[in-house]
Design a protein around this ligand. Structure first.
Ligand code: TRP
Ligand code: ZN
Length: 473
């Protein structure tokens, strides 16, 4: 991309596109792709006009100076005739963009990186866009005040992407509705480890730098992509008896900050048992490997269900480990269509904690439900502030109506259909949308199909969509 084109504002570029469209005849009648799928909570996230089918990220990071440089190659399929399309990228300096190997014009406004390929792209065509970039990645403050994106830590950095942080470290279609497999190559100074999603397929040290390659075969929403760089105690093992895994068992890869090693190893010893319990409760594990990343206490400040290997800011308790592993089924495999459907992630992951407790000698889910119903607002003063399926704003997506009240919705369904049918329903839901996307309508329709003789209307009206504290019955 030439310097001058880089200075042309997006609107002008799109105008150029429109003019070219009227001027050319017999050519491709491309139109600029939309700048987003219009998420109700994050309208700028994601882009229209194409589907990403693969991400290849080739990155290098130097903690001295906090500098990231890389090449992102996206393979995508045009879902429209395109004269231009947008990627999301927040911060960093773009050096060049090519489409199909040809230099493309590009321009940036806010988080939109608008790419205008040399030739228009026909609907249905698969194309490859390569972005070379570098710089100091941003830490993004969410509407709820938490920090995501690129987070420098004491010994490196970690990338966390829910809901929008992945645009801080690679260009992409950063919306949960567009999932794709990933291949990531990361080069760091020798002596540091770099851990990502999927499986480590190669690692090589030369000239004082270590390059590792990570492969994620299953589709992944970009908010679940991670990269943790630092000094980690790495352990690899396998879990036998996991459905779909090879004879050698399901690979486990855990990376633990040395300061957390002693405490963490005790908790992580439960990981195989939790995985087997979860497989019995939710059905076949959707991914090719599992594990965990445990950073130093305080780094990031919250756990995240990063695919294959959840991230923890310090040693997790068992409940949190159960929660993040349950997300692998609910969130990572069955992914929300938009951020409005967040309760399908958090309600299920929270209910998984209740079930684990019930199955391991603690309170029954009914007891947990009752305690929440009677005294929940002592602990969660916002518990009845809004219904799970209609969060009041982006700032409240990770609040208790989404988590605890979301889990209460599931418990109401269990009360209605009975334990056995509920267990089948949960497994069936994970199977029906495995590696896909689903929204609240998909869920209510699914539940109604599973139990056609039951009336769920009061649950939907009062518990899922209704304002205020529902009647108990
Ligand atoms: N999904 C995470 C969990 O429950 C929590 C979380 C991290 C979150 N970042 C968020 C929730 C941003 C909503 C929005 O394990
Ligand atoms: Zn969660």
């Amino acid at each position: 991309m030439s310097r001058s084109a880089q200075l042309v504002p997006a609107t002008a570029l799109l105008l150029v596109g429109a003019l070219a469209l009227t001027a050319c005849d017999g050519g491709v009648h491309g139109t600029p792709g939309g700048s987003g799928p219009r998420d109700p909570y994050f309208p700028k996230s994601g882009n229209g006009g194409y589907d990403v089918t693969h991400y290849a990220l080739d990155l290098a990071y130097d903690p001295d100076g906090n500098r990231l440089s890389g090449t992102a190659t996206l393979t995508a399929r045009a879902t429209d005739d395109l004269s231009a399309f947008d990627l999301d990228l927040d911060g960093l300096d773009v050096k060049s963009v090519t489409v199909g190997g040809d230099k493309a014009r590009w321009n940036r406004t806010g988080q939109e990186l608008t790419v205008r390929p040399h030739d228009d792209l026909d609907e249905g065509r698969t194309f490859r866009v390569t972005v070379r970039y570098s710089g100091t990645p941003r830490t993004i403050t969410d509407p709820d005040g938490s920090e995501e994106g690129w987070l420098p830590t004491e010994d490196g950095a970690v990338a966390l992407g829910e809901p929008t942080g992945s645009m801080a470290w690679f260009p992409g279609n950063h919306h949960p509705s567009d999932k794709a497999p990933y291949d990531l190559t990361i080069t760091v100074p020798e002596g540091l480890q770099a851990v990502s999603n999927g499986e480590l397929t190669a690692s090589r040290t030369s000239g004082g730098r270590t390059t590792s390659t990570w492969h994620t075969a299953e589709p992944m929403a970009s908010y679940l992509a991670t990269l943790a760089i630092g000094d980690y105690d790495i352990r690899r093992s396998t879990i036998p008896g996991i459905e779909g895994a090879s004879d050698g068992g399901l690979p486990v890869y855990t990376a633990v900050d040395p300061s957390e090693a002693a405490a963490s190893r005790k908790v992580l010893a439960q990981l195989p048992g939790i995985m087997k319990w979860a497989q019995a409760a939710f059905g076949p594990y959707p991914f090719s490997s599992t594990g965990a990343i445990v950073d130093r206490q305080g780094d990031a400040g919250y756990a995240l269900e990063t695919q294959n290997r959840p991230y923890f800011p310090g040693t997790p308790d068992t409940g949190t480990l159960v929660h993040e592993l349950a997300h692998q089924w609910f969130g990572d495999s069955v992914t929300p269509k938009t951020w409005r459907d967040m309760w399908l992630n958090e309600g299920f992951a929270t209910y998984a904690e209740w079930l684990w407790t019930e199955d391991h000698g603690g309170d029954s889910a009914q007891q947990t439900f009752d305690a929440l119903y009677d005294h929940g607002d002592d602990v969660y003063d916002d518990l009845w502030d809004f219904p799970p399926a209609k969060p009041s704003s982006a700032a409240h997506l990770s609040d208790s109506p989404v988590y605890q009240r979301g889990a209460m919705v599931l418990h109401k369904i269990r009360q209605t259909v009975g334990d056995k049918a509920f267990a089948a329903l949960v497994r069936g839901w994970a199977a029906a949308h495995r590696h896909g996307n689903a929204d609240t309508d998909d869920f209510t329709t699914y539940v109604e199909h599973q139990a056609p003789d039951k009336d769920f209307t009061p649950i939907w009206d009062d518990w899922l969509y209704g304002d205020g504290k529902p009647e108990r019955a």
